[in-house]
Design a protein around this ligand. Sequence first.
Ligand code: C2E
Ligand code: CA
Ligand code: CA
Length: 541
Amino acid sequence: MGRLKDYKLLAAVLGILVTAGPVLWFSAWLQKQGEAEVSVAASWTIGNVEVQVGRAVAALDELAAAGVDGCRGNQLEQLRQVLLKSAPVKELSIVGANGQTQCSDRGGAFAPREVIAGAATADPNLVLEVIRFAGSDERMLRVRRTGGSARTSLAAVVPAEMLLPQVAPDGTRFTGYARITLSDDTVIGMVGSDGDGALRDGLIASRVRSDRFGIVVTAAMVRNGVFATYDDLRRIGMVVTGLLALIILVAALIVPWRERSNPFFEIERAIGAGEFVPYYQPIVDIKSGGLLGAEVLVRWRKRDGTLVPPVAFIPFLESNDLILDMTRSLMRQVCEEVGPFLTERPGMYVAFNIAPRHLKGETLIDDIGSIFVGGPISMSQLVLEVTERYEIENLTATRCLIAALQGLGCRVAIDDVGTGHNGLSYILKLGVDIIKIDKMFVDAIRTEAHSQAIVDTLVDLARNLKMQIVAEGVENFEQVTFLRDRGISSAQGYVFSPALPGSAFVQLIEAIDPIVPARDTATAQPAAQQKAPALPHQAAA
Ligand code: C2E
Ligand code: CA
Ligand code: CA
């Protein structure tokens, strides 16, 4: 039903939000944590770079102050002395104007070197270069001090690894990614790269630049174990959310399927969809052949067109409150379908079967009030059939309810008389208006003497108590004659007609009890006085 579907949709949306909410929050939190961590790693690394390069610059300043500008014996000795106290500097050297190394702290013997790139710094006398010693892949940073009157420059070589972070800010081994470049992006060195040195998409990264040296540090999270980075965790969170959302969606799809296989939901839906439809079994005046009215008998017309008889579902409906909804739906449909025809024929009535649980409290009174008051069917045209099949739980309360219904103008019939366990005197205390003689006794009229006796007893009782009798399940003319001879005037059964769909019943009403148009009334007799034509089944038999 619509209500149920809305509820499920809401549940699915809420379910997804409830799942996605915390994961999105967690993911945002992880992003922040990640950003904070790489930003600390970047500042930590740039701090280290400035300290180490600063030491190299200090060594060069000291040599310049001492006037070292060439490769003379005492100058080489000075290079050696300064080198000893200038970790992380690996080599101090004199570089000629042509860029060639002329001598180093080791004298004239030094490995040839290749300059990969160079960049200026904020200090016009300071140049940074990335170099490589011949025969080695290891990159080094060469800090060169130019200027002064000398045509040579002083150079300090620092291995790239000395600039890279070895430990993390918290004292543990540094496991992140860090890359140090010159201002022109030439790589000086890097750690934590997974091969090509390129940063993978989506990694949380942070860049900082040293104002003094123009060196740029890029730090990032790298894969380290299963839950490598915050970013990976974020992805895992997304996958988990996706899976949960999928599970919720599948569940939302499965629930209606389960409901379909659950009779309660299926019947609840069918009632809402108007699949329980009224059929009408004519009740006939067996003395005149006229149409007195009809008993409403429900049929379940399924979507595929199959018609299910009440034995298949009434016991289930009566075991819970679905019978109340079904009865209300039936009453409304009857008002719509045959109401106008009954308005025109105030002597005609419709009888509804009322389940025992509908007799509790005020429900039935309320339903009748809300469905029929002001509608086309008046109270005097309503008969409510109360079955005797089950024990009547609270006789006093039921009697009060029956009196209240009669107070409204309705009539009450006791159905299936003789089939239950309540006892005749007990039933008669209910003060009903109509007794319905069960088919069981009508069937046995010809064969069983005691059935005839029961019919005679009921007829006597009814006459004394001024109750009307309706015989049910009348299937042949012998039964009609027998009942008529006993003074019973109303009957229903296949001899007259089975229960008919609304359209057929309406046609029958119009055929048997036509309404004469008002302008012709001068010559026509009133409808009630006309001799009603025979029912189709009577004519055939
Ligand atoms: P019931 O109230 O005793 O209804 C009479 C049943 O006898 C109907 O069966 C009717 O079709 C059938 N019948 C009528 N004339 C003959 C006949 O000449 N020969 C035979 N063999 N059967 C005949 P149906 O329609 O299958 O209904 C069965 C029962 O289901 C009803 O018995 C009633 O107890 C219950 N029922 C039907 N509609 C409703 C309803 O709207 N509400 C409730 N609470 N019960 C209903
Ligand atoms: Ca009945
Ligand atoms: Ca009956």
